[in-house]
Design a protein around this ligand. Structure first.
Ligand code: SF4
Length: 282
């Protein structure tokens, strides 16, 4: 059987880098325990495997002074400046796995706020990445918005405005908000900080699904980006299957086809993707 595996299946660059950094720490085995600040990734299997290797997850509201000092890995979403300082002051060694694309936003907001801009952060206020970005603001001259209504509620008269975005925000919605602000005649500096990893994964999946007899989408059943991938593939290929691991594969389906495509959500480990690929190639 011909098997086409999407190049963009699974972890994006930033998540892969963060997970690799945790494994490097385990191998280095320095003194003291290893922690991640929040789950390194939203995948139970990975977090469980790391827990078995002794890696503990620190909860956001946890009393740091009650923990044995060790190494803390900051995940790809990043954290605010104060969180980093608190960890350092509590005696932890920090390994910063913040995605470089997110770090760039931290630098932008700090720089432009210092230069007197009002910073508009387009994104979801409750998302850890956005909370981390806010945590690099040196003053209170900012707002987090995600809808045109949020803009209506803001008083921005006479401001120079710098606009950044959460990396996973929808590009069209971002543009829509930028246009509304532009039309109001403000002096604006637009920094499009949206990462195209998600979009690339989706468009590659659609291209593959169009050409195959059956398409397999791998990911956790609660993963919203995997559900979205499934919908996109299903539109292009009626025989699209959503599985979590190789155990969910229906082998009788595979016997009757000659050309299968595989993609996977952003939090699906390579190991699971490879296992599925091997079965299909048999
Ligand atoms: S910014 Fe892009 S590459 Fe970095 S973690 Fe987010 S989705 Fe992945």
């Amino acid at each position: 059987m011909k098997v086409t595996l999407a190049k963009s299946a699974g972890f994006c660059f930033g998540v892969k880098r963060a997970v690799d950094m945790v494994y490097e720490q385990i191998e280095d085995a320095k003194e003291g325990p290893i922690y991640t600040y929040g789950p390194i990734i939203h995948n139970e299997e990975v977090v469980k495997e790391l827990a078995e290797k002794g890696v503990r997850v620190i909860a956001e509201d946890e009393d740091l002074h009650g923990l044995e000092p060790g190494t803390v890995i900051i995940r790809s979403h990043g954290v605010g400046r104060k969180v980093k300082e608190d960890l350092e002051n509590a005696g932890f060694t920090i390994v910063d796995a913040t995605c470089p694309f997110v770090q760039k936003i931290h630098r932008y907001v700090a720089k432009y706020a210092e230069e007197g801009y009002f910073v508009l952060i387009v994104g979801s206020e409750s998302h850890p990445e956005v909370q981390g970005i806010v945590g690099w603001m040196p003053n209170d001259s900012y707002a987090v918005i995600s809808t045109p209504q949020d803009l209506e509620d803001l008083a921005l008269a006479g401001e120079k405005i710098c606009i950044v975005s959460q990396t996973t925000f929808n590009y069209n919605k971002f543009q829509e908000l930028v246009e509304i602000i532009r039309k109001k005649g403000y002096d604006i500096l637009v920094l499009n900080t949206i990462c195209n990893a998600t979009e690339e994964r989706q468009s590659e999946a659609a291209t593959i699904a169009r050409d195959v007899d059956a398409m397999i989408v791998i990911g956790g059943k609660h993963s919203s980006n995997t559900q979205k991938l499934f919908e996109i593939c299903k539109k292009e290929c009626q025989d699209t299957y959503y599985i979590q691991t190789k155990e969910d594969l229906d082998l009788s389906v595979l016997q009757s086809i000659s050309n299968v495509g595989i993609t996977a959500g952003a939090s699906t480990p390579n190991k699971i993707i490879e296992e599925v690929q091997k079965i299909c190639q048999k």
